[in-house]
Design a protein around this ligand. Structure first.
Ligand code: UD1
Length: 340
């Protein structure tokens, strides 16, 4: 069995990818420093799989501690890098915290994979935020679309890390890389044993919806209904986290079988959904009452964008097609489990 290293393995996306990789027959070594997750996530992964994954508590910015993972597991052939801070607003207030953590951990990973990995295949967890606000005639977004000026230090870390990886692929002949640009990941594992664990008041839409439905928050604010969209609210491409996780398995499969040196893929459904459409889908799917009101626009929000995922559809043999009601129901079941 081939071994895959996951940094940020107990985070929202990392935990779902750990499950899918093991189900696909890979050995996993997960690392995390629990800066935005808890050891209980390992229990959830273990329950779903019926066995625990190998795990080490490591801060990836600490190169010496990180190297110990390679001492213990000299058979790592691929790595998926999730370990990063992701709060856009916090990144604006504390940019150095983001550059130090998100870039330094990534540089350490690349160096260790190139010098110590049995193979040096890296999948980097990027984001649609690298594209900025596309013009209407640039929708849906294709991978070739040039980056715009980063809208936040968080966005800049994603742009910079992609650039660092490209330079390293050019410099180190044994290094292969795949960049996955996520649109808006939502939902939870159907078992309701793992899901998103927002820290404090959620910034993202779906955790705010589920917490409001659960009575933890009083009312959802829909940020703006005067955008240039059919119902006036912003449009995004919401992708089910389990569909997203499966794309990572396909990306690793492809790298290990074909050894492609550099690939970039958009991971989205290809369909845009407005905030109001999502709210209505949640109510329809769960039958739960949801208090919401129209509020001011949120500064920094992009009006509308969605992916052209056809490159991932064709080259990875993958698509994200779980119905939105099923996705929102999974988020709701996860929220209900947290309450109890
Ligand atoms: C943000 C980040 C993105 C990151 C993603 C997931 C940017 C510009 N965006 O995306 O990089 O990958 O989070 O972590 O860097 N909304 C409400 N009420 C709320 C919360 C959100 O109406 O209480 C609306 C927002 O205005 C937006 C939509 O819901 O139109 C989605 O917001 P959110 O879930 O925060 O994701 P993004 O801002 O799209």
């Amino acid at each position: 069995m081939k071994r895959v290293l996951l940094t940020g393995a107990t985070g929202y996306i990392g935990s779902h990818v750990a499950v899918e990789l093991v189900n696909a027959g890979y050995d996993v070594i997960g690392v995390d420093n629990f800066s935005n997750s808890t050891p209980a996530v390992l229990g959830g992964i273990g329950k779903i799989l019926g066995k625990n994954i190998d795990f080490m508590e490591v801060d990836c910015t600490d190169a010496n501690a990180f190297a110990k993972v390679f001492d213990r597991y000299p058979d790592i052939e691929a790595a998926i890098h999730f370990a990063a801070y992701k709060a856009v607003g916090e990144s604006v207030a504390q940019p150095l915290k983001y550059f130090r953590n998100n870039l330094h951990s990534f540089e350490n990973l690349v160096e260790l994979m190139v010098t110590r990995g049995k193979g040096a295949n890296i999948v980097f967890s990027s984001s649609a935020t690298v594209y900025g606000q596309p013009a209407l005639d640039e929708l849906p977004i294709v991978e070739q679309q040039p980056f715009q000026e980063a809208s936040s230090p968080y966005a800049r870390t994603k742009q910079m890390a992609e650039g660092i990886l490209k330079d390293c692929v050019n410099a180190y002949p044994n290094l292969n890389a795949t960049v996955l640009r996520y649109f808006n990941p939502i939902g939870a594992h159907p078992s309701a044993l793992i899901g998103e664990l927002p820290n404090g008041v959620p910034n993202n839409l779906v955790p705010f919806i589920t917490q409001t439905a659960a009575g933890i928050r009083e009312c959802l604010s829909v940020f703006g209904n005067d955008y240039n969209t059919p119902d006036g609210s912003c449009i995004r491409d919401y992708i089910y986290v389990v569909d997203l996780a499966k794309a990572h398995v396909k990306a690793v499969d492809k790298m290990l079988s074909e050894g492609a040196r550099w690939n970039v893929y958009n991971l989205g459904t290809g369909k845009g959904l407005s905030v109001l459409e999502l709210v209505n889908a949640f109510i329809r799917a769960t039958g739960v009452e949801l208090k919401f009101r129209i509020a001011e626009r949120r500064p920094g929000d992009v009006e509308q964008y969605w992916a052209d995922p056809s490159k991932a559809n064709c080259e990875l043999g993958w698509s994200a097609d779980t119905p939105i009601e099923e996705v929102l129901l999974s988020a709701w079941r996860w929220q209900q489990g947290l309450k109890g």
